[in-house]
Design a binder for this molecule. Structure first.
Ligand SMILES: Cc1ncc(COP(=O)(O)O)c(C=O)c1O
Length: 360
């Protein structure tokens, strides 16, 4: 087998090796069944056990209260940009959106197809390099939507925005789900594409308060109503069985690692090493405002596009892959999700140090 290298990709992203090992075994036979995980019917007892384990582990890892449903959907976080307003934004109503990057802007564009959007906060004035502190919500918003971690711009909310009790929070947590402890009771809906912290692409985790499921719009295609999936154990149609299986393994790995508290601690340590180096570097500079820095996506530049290119080439040569910044912003981005090993962060800092010594 080819040697595994350090994969800093923003998503799909690195997965824990024990998860990949177990999944490899299950490709040929899930347990003693003699049938591989890709080949099992989603209605059979073997897959039902996989599904129940995955839901149960989600609940235990994130302490999800009973009044919430855990759904495994398809269509990515991008379909949630539309499903949320389709279900909860009536044509004359207004939803409040905190715009902190390209993904929240896309969410706004989808919501505008269904109702009114009020931008309650935005950091567009400084190229999304910070998390706004002032939030100006409307009096009765249908909901308040925010993106907890901005994958492209490398910023992250350090805690949930405060909103009035007459509304509910909707969070796109695609790039920091289960990277730290979370108080699910503060949210109406949390959604996340799985392909960064949870498993393979093609699966979207939705954690949704049950009263909201019940209150959603009925005048929608069946597949676009949350109740359809809540009432059918996410199996109204054929679910992404393999992705659900791997998500279950990733959650099992999180428990073995010590749960979200331990994962959070390790994520903080990894990010702190990189930011400490960026703060003292003479050629590399972090792009996010220090009080808004992401623990998941560390974005930085040299300020010289040609030098960035040289650095990226040097990184590739040393087996540090996926460090190119998003095409819309350039520079570099180190995505260091849960499964990214601390040794990979050390290797990056070491390379940056050597590169700096050669280029100042
Ligand atoms: C914060 C955030 N939201 C939404 C998306 C879009 O996710 P998907 O490709 O699952 O639709 C991404 C993808 O990177 C993301 O980082």
């Amino acid at each position: 087998m080819a040697k595994r290298i350090y994969n800093f990709s923003a998503g799909p992203a690195v997965l824990p090796v024990p998860v990949l090992d177990e999944a490899r075994e299950a490709l040929l036979s899930l347990g003693e069944s003699g049938i591989g995980i890709l080949e099992h019917s989603h209605r059979g007892p073997e897959f039902l056990a996989v599904y129940e384990d995955a839901v149960d582990r989600c609940r235990r890892v994130a302490l999800i209260p009973d009044g919430y449903d855990v759904l495994f959907l398809q269509g990515g976080a991008s379909l949630q940009f539309a499903m949320v307003p389709m279900n909860f934004l009536a044509p004359k109503a207004t939803a409040d959106y905190l715009v902190t990057g390209a993904w929240s802007q896309k969410a706004v564009e989808e919501a505008e197809l269904y109702g009114h959007v009020h931008v309650a906060a935005s950091s567009a004035d400084a190229n999304f390099s910070y998390i706004p502190r002032e939030i100006d919500c409307t009096e009765h918003p249908a909901y308040v939507h925010f993106t907890s971690n901005n994958t492209i711009f490398g910023t992250q909310f350090s805690s949930e925005p405060e909103i009035l009790r007459n509304s509910f929070l909707v969070c796109d947590a695609s790039s920091d789900i289960f990277s730290r402890t979370i108080d699910v009771r503060k949210y109406g809906i949390i959604y996340a594409g799985a392909q960064k912290n949870l498993g393979p692409a093609g699966l979207t985790l939705v954690i949704i308060r049950r009263d909201l499921v019940e209150s959603g719009n009925y005048n929608l295609p069946t597949m676009l109503q949350y109740r359809t999936h809540a009432d059918n154990q996410s199996m109204f149609n054929t679910p992404p069985t393999f992705a659900i299986y791997v998500l279950g393994l990733v959650l099992k790995w999180i428990v073995v690692e010590g749960g979200l508290e331990a994962i959070e601690r390790r994520n903080r340590e990894k990010a702190a090493k990189l930011y400490a180096f960026l703060d003292e570097s003479r050629i590399f500079k972090g792009t996010a405002r220090p009080d808004s820095r992401s623990q998941m996506n560390v974005t930085f530049v040299t300020g010289d596009a040609a030098l960035d290119k040289q650095f990226l080439a040097a990184a590739e040569r040393e087996g540090l892959s996926g460090l190119k910044g998003h095409r819309s912003v350039g520079g570099m981005r180190a995505s260091i999700y849960n499964a990214f090993p601390p040794e990979g962060v050390d290797a990056l800092v070491d390379l940056m140090r050597r590169f700096e010594a050669e280029h100042v």
